[in-house]
Design a protein around this ligand. Structure first.
Ligand SMILES: Cc1cc2nc3c(=O)[nH]c(=O)nc-3n(C[C@H](O)[C@H](O)[C@H](O)COP(=O)(O)OP(=O)(O)OC[C@H]3O[C@@H](n4cnc5c(N)ncnc54)[C@H](O)[C@@H]3O)c2cc1C
Length: 497
């Protein structure tokens, strides 16, 4: 007899939302996490009085209204709430030829800021971003659950026929096609590219319109809000809520195998040899890890190889986690920055630099008189392999010095004001996050039909489900929370809960 209704491999936000939703519905749930704490890419670590976010720090989904505030909803479902601090500027862009632009929380202000640079595109700018709002308003009018559940689809269609038809129309579309309908100026189109690239890691032509509708509108609606105490609090609170509803989590439990019987997933085996059985098994690991490592070659469904022909692993990141003296930051510095010196290099390693300074919102994350700066830039694992320990160290120091030199332009005196520095490479991301090649997630190999190619939660193996950024609708905390709600919904129906 299975010991659990569902076993969830991994406690990223996707895994934890699945687990909490199922526990809330009365399922007996076990989460197995290979690391010491929950959260995965939304985890944290502490050094010398600083609390650093591992990755995510620009957080959507904490709004109070509508249905797209999925982090607020996931926490509330298990009796939890987090204090959050609103960020009034989503991104301060530092772009080629000295172009500076702030994406204000206020939509009209943002449009005015952008239009000031492209007065001849005033109408095109409004029409493009207004079309993103249309997508968002459709999404924000309905409960976001499993698109693999026919009764939910029918019910939602009967309740919101126009939104459903609207979304069906946008599902196969990419941002680039819509942007080009309204905008002609090539420099403005480049800006739309980086607006997409900074979260989808592909240009507008390959970024699904559904995701853009969420990001480009929710930043002005629910807004970007930082959780007090750091991003790690989200996972910690979800675990608290899981336990409140009888769910169990075991850390330092690396799953090495998904057990199949007659082709169905029935349990998991851990690195220490322990075996657990469940009616349903959910993998929160990436698809490459799930189907490449936790199952053996003959068990891999053919549609997974087909999926890999359409999607590839995005690069990983090189991360600089810095503790700096407060005087390094000029007055009025914003929390999130993006630096790009050359449009041609937007997608290259070190081409685009992303910066988060969460202590501007929550000073308690650093010792008094200090701030945290997390600077990260795309990097491929291949460039960090086969190095001797000393060469690896030198390469880390060389790349970090180049990034610090570039950051000096906006934070003069940064190098001299450094109090702490930890450098994470793609190898670090692979090791601590358990993600193959340290990848940020799947990206299309070529232009695809919007989100149509992204798999939902069920897999071709009965009893095995996937959740997280390798599933619809992709990367980002609010997106993987969506995936978690959908996964739990589908499983609850399958378990007749
Ligand atoms: C540098 C960086 C910056 C980012 N910035 C943002 C941002 O500002 N805003 C935003 O919304 N998103 C951001 N993201 C993306 C976001 O963090 C991720 O999309 C999201 O956290 C992924 O969640 P997940 O549930 O899919 O999986 P993960 O976070 O990868 O969690 C998976 C979990 O499964 C565990 N696991 C894996 N294999 C096993 C196994 N075999 N056995 C047991 N446990 C296992 C892992 O240890 C991990 O805890 C960023 C990501 C990075 C790396």
């Amino acid at each position: 007899m299975p010991q659990f209704d569902a076993i969830i491999i991994g406690s990223g936000i996707g895994g934890l939302v699945t687990a909490t939703q199922l526990a809330r519905k009365g399922a007996k749930v076990l989460v197995l996490e290979r690391y010491l704490i929950p959260g995965g890419s939304a985890g944290y670590f502490e050094r010398e009085g600083y609390r650093f976010d591992v990755g995510a720090s620009m957080i959507f989904g904490f709004g109070e209204r509508g249905t797209t505030n999925l982090l607020t909803r996931a926490l509330a479902a298990v009796g939890e709430k987090l204090e959050t601090i609103p960020d009034n500027v989503q991104i301060h862009y530092h772009l080629p030829n000295g172009w500076e632009l702030k994406v204000e929380r206020d939509y009209q202000q943002f449009l005015e800021n952008l239009t000031a640079h492209f007065p001849h595109e005033k109408q095109g700018i409004r029409s493009f971003y207004d079309e993103c709002w249309r997508v968002f308003n459709y999404l924000n009018s309905m409960d976001l659950l499993s698109l693999e559940e026919p009764r939910y689809l029918l019910r939602t269609f009967l309740q919101h026929p126009l939104s459903c038809l609207g979304l069906a129309r946008y599902l196969p579309l990419n941002v680039g096609d819509i942007a080009r309908k309204y905008i002609k100026d090539p420099n403005l189109l480049k800006f739309i590219d980086i607006e997409c690239y900074c979260w989808s890691v592909v240009p507008a032509a390959m970024t699904p319109m559904i995701n853009a509708g969420m990001v480009f509108s929710d930043r002005h609606y629910g807004g970007v809000n930082y959780p007090k105490g750091g991003v790690g609090q989200i996972a910690q609170r979800l675990v608290q809520g899981l336990q409140r509803f009888g769910g169990k989590i075991i850390y330092q439990s690396r799953v090495t195998q998904i057990l199949l019987e007659k082709g169905c997933a029935v349990g998991v085996k851990l690195a220490n040899g322990d075996i657990y059985h469940a009616k349903k098994v959910v993998s929160n690991a990436t698809r490459w890890d799930t189907f490449g490592k936790l199952l053996s070659a003959p068990q891999i469904p053919i549609n997974e190889s087909k999926w890999q022909q359409k999607y590839q692993k995005s690069p990983s990141f090189l991360s600089l986690h810095m503790g700096v003296k407060a005087e390094v930051l000029p007055m009025g510095t914003e929390c999130h920055h993006i630096l790009l010196a050359d449009w041609q290099k937007m997608m290259d390693a070190e081409g685009t630099i992303f910066v988060s300074i969460p202590t501007l919102l929550d000073p308690d994350l650093a010792p008094t008189g200090h701030h945290i700066i997390h600077a990260f830039t795309p990097h491929w694992l291949a460039d960090w392999q086969g190095l001797s320990p000393i060469d690896y160290q030198h390469q880390k120091e060389r790349v970090a010095a180049g990034i610090i030199a570039r950051l000096e332009k906006i934070f003069p005196g940064l190098d001299a004001g450094l109090d702490y520095l930890e450098i994470g490479t793609p190898r670090t991301h692979r090791r601590y996050l358990g993600r193959e090649d340290g990848t940020y997630g799947p990206i299309p190999r070529r232009k695809l039909h919007g989100l149509l190619g992204m798999p939902f939660n069920r897999t071709a193996i009965p009893g095995l489900y996937c959740v997280g950024d390798s599933t619809f609708p992709g990367q980002g905390l609010n997106a993987v929370a969506f995936s978690g709600f959908a996964c739990a919904h589908r499983i609850a129906v399958d378990l007749r809960l």
